[in-house]
Design a protein around this ligand. Sequence first.
Ligand code: COI
Length: 330
Amino acid sequence: MKLIIYSVREAEKPYINAWAKKTGHEVEMVDKPLNAKTVKLAQGYDGVSIQQTAKLGDAKVYEELAAMGIKQLSTRTVGVDMINLDDCKANDIVVTNVPVYSPRAIAEMGVTQAMYLLRRIADFRERMAHGDFRWSDDLISNEIYNLTVGVIGLGNIGGATAQIYKALGARVLAYDPFYNVEYEPYVEYTDFETVVKSADILTLHTPLLPSTENMIAAPQFKMMKNNAYLINMARGGLVNTSDLIAALENHEIAGAGLDTLADETTFFSKQVSPDKIPADYKKLAAMPNVLITPHIAFLTQTSIRNMVEISLNDVVTVVEGKHSRNEIRM
Ligand code: COI
């Protein structure tokens, strides 16, 4: 079988080559994402793997794939918000994701960011850079076991996050429309509003859907505790960015740890000139109580290996006409 794999980074190549050698399939690696300009590259291939946050494009991209005989799209990500599932359905394209490449990778990054903010490390660094090494009373912080953590979205990543906070002694409240008995030992399930109101650390792990877009906006910031930190390791679109900036400026919340931003696709994962960096990012990045990372919570060796192997195995499974457990219901 001949596969084409888009958005390939150097770190993935050894895993792709090892997989090709083991399975005997031929893999063409392309460093660009799949979109209207690059879709033609899939001509002559049996299956496609992608990994991007930018949308694939309008209906034509999907129609072109179908016209070339492509029957599936396998994304080496958890999130599928860059894929138009209606267009896939209309063109009989089966979509698979990799829901469990390493939930711990993302969970650990969220906890790391929360601790960095909570312990006011950026403020101490800033003061030290100016010769101020004092044990400042205004930077006294709290310990996790005294705090309430609110988890929104209790899937694999939210569940792993809840387990870490529980192990640190926190009280963990969670909201998810789907109840999962597996997480009962770690969380108290409750409603969305109670989680938002009660959390000292509010951590988001839900997919970006029409129903979750802007789920944290002005009304939620007003409900949140003034000492609360918002942690978003999921998708930028879950949070209304201008409302977040206003909430930070008005001290409605204590700070934010963000691995993702609503308008990230033009600059995250790229080398760009300063004029390409959005104004909202610049505003947020200038705040000492905001920590931004460029969508790298996933970036561990375990993740990279699993993303490649699981995605490529799924390409073969679906192209061979079998079902994968990672198929997205459409
Ligand atoms: C995902 O897996 O959904 C991610 O956000 C990481 C990916 C963009 C590399």
